[in-house]
Design a protein around this ligand. Structure first.
Ligand code: ADP
Ligand code: MG
Length: 165
């Protein structure tokens, strides 16, 4: 089942708080894709998710633009990819992307639409849109989630919920 939910934030701090609330709900094996223009807030959101999965505050979370992959250790491992400079699927092999699935962590991918065919069947994908200088709209598509799981996630993130319009 595929459904879409919408959220809105009005500051970087709010985006981090939304990410943190999401991170707290994630379990090992989760795969989260982020798309949106440069400056949309993908890395800001990731910073919140890192906090939510227990990565110590003070551990810098920045876009792995040149290395493609950053690894953070929290209650769960967090594998943070940024595929802006991905040149071919061979690069994924080179950074060990396919080995991440056998591990006990959360995989988070900036510019995920570049490798959607390499996403597991069950995953989350966010599209972040810049509505104004400080306002961001998040469209979340749930792939392979049950209705029950969707409702649980929706109530965890209800502070930031907005309607489709
Ligand atoms: P990306 O990783 O998508 O390129 P970043 O997270 O690195 O984007 O940058 C987002 C920029 O937008 C930051 O400079 C941040 O301060 C700014 N910003 C303004 N409002 C928001 C918001 N509501 N959510 C996230 N970032 C915001
Ligand atoms: Mg980024």
């Amino acid at each position: 089942m595929t459904t879409v939910m919408y959220f809105e934030t009005n500051s970087p701090e709010e985006t981090e708080a939304l990410g943190c609330a999401l991170g707290k709900t994630l379990s090992a094996g989760a795969w989260v894709g982020l798309d949106g223009d440069l400056g949309a807030g993908k890395t800001c959101f990731t910073r919140g998710i890192a906090a939510g999965v227990g990565v110590p505050t003070g551990c810098p979370v920045t876009s792995p633009t040149f290395t493609l992959l950053n690894v953070y250790e929290g209650d769960l491992m967090l594998y943070h990819l940024d595929l802006y400079r991905l040149s071919s699927e061979d690069d994924l092999e080179a950074i060990g992307y396919y080995d991440l699935f056998t591990d006990e962590g959360v995989v988070l991918v900036e510019w995920a639409s570049r490798i959607l065919s390499s996403a597991p069947e069950r995953h989350l994908s966010f599209f972040i849109e810049q509505m104004s200088e400080t306002s961001r709209r998040f469209a979340l598509t749930l792939h392979g989630w049950t209705e029950e799981e969707r409702e649980a996630l929706g109530s965890s993130l209800s502070n930031w919920s907005t309607s489709e319009a």
